[in-house]
Design a protein around this ligand. Structure first.
Ligand code: ADP
Ligand code: ADP
Ligand code: ZN
Length: 213
């Protein structure tokens, strides 16, 4: 099954992806995670992406499309994949369709995690991530047992540079302008599934599970 997780920054895409990848036995492909890994490693791709990410802007389509087109051909994606944070523009979505069509594939489901804009800033600024295993927590909505320490692996938690309030506004604007039109794009194709993302994390997971059956 080829799945896309759609939704504004902070909607809960990464959080839900951790469950769905087990459920559907597909790799979790997060373009944001790939960029952050490249930044950490100091690669050219990382340097290029950082210029935009720090400003809360989308990385240019050409850079992202090339990356994803390659990633979905890896052996682990043979029987399906789950994209998180891609596509983010109509141009990216069209490029993805074309690329999949070459091998007779298509997107089967687009999970649109719907959350009111008013709660996103608090979700994003309270987000904390494990340096070691990448797990996502929240200071208030999904707190760890021991301050600053990952529940899963004991790693150290950190706050993403772009999760500071100044950058969040720009990211939400980018979403409104460039990513939101994808809801209608996939609705027209008949693959859109709307999920109420403004419930407990577990309740959201259950709704997604049901929808993907
Ligand atoms: P995204 O990948 O869409 O940007 P995340 O999954 O990283 O979003 O979630 C953003 C923040 O909100 C994280 O700190 C996460 O723990 C928290 N969060 C995720 N889902 C919920 C939810 N249903 N209710 C409250 N907080 C949530
Ligand atoms: P969030 O879900 O909180 O918005 P991500 O980790 O998905 O965070 O993305 C972080 C940043 O990485 C984005 O603000 C953007 O600069 C860049 N990025 C990730 N995916 C894409 C994409 N598909 N197109 C353009 N930029 C992207
Ligand atoms: Zn961890």
């Amino acid at each position: 099954m080829n799945i896309i997780l759609l939704g504004p920054p902070g909607a809960g895409k990464g959080t839900q992806a951790a469950y769905i990848k087990e459920l559907k036995k597909v790799p979790h492909i997060s373009t944001g995670d790939i960029f952050r890994q490249n930044i950490k490693e100091g690669t050219d791709l990382g340097k290029k992406a950082k210029e935009y990410m720090d400003k809360g802007l989308l990385v240019p389509d050409s850079v992202v499309v090339e990356l994803v087109e390659d990633r979905i051909t890896w052996p682990d994606a043979k029987n399906g994949f789950m994209l998180d944070g891609f596509p983010r523009t109509i141009a990216q979505a069209e490029a993805l369709d074309e690329s999949l069509a070459k091998t007779g594939k298509a997107i089967d489901a687009v999970i649109n995690i719907d959350v009111d804009f008013s709660v996103l800033t608090e979700r994003i600024t309270g987000r904390r991530i494990c340096r070691k295993c990448g797990a996502t927590f929240h200071v208030k909505f999904n707190p760890v047992k021991k301050d600053g320490i990952c529940d899963i692996c004991g790693g150290e938690l950190y706050q993403r540079d772009d999760d500071k309030e100044e950058t969040v506004i720009k990211r939400l604007n980018e979403y409104q302008e460039k990513t939101r039109p994808l809801i209608e794009f996939y609705n027209k194709k008949g693959v859109l599934i709307n999920i109420n993302g403004q419930q407990d994390i577990d309740a959201v997971t259950k709704d997604i599970e049901k929808a993907l059956k």
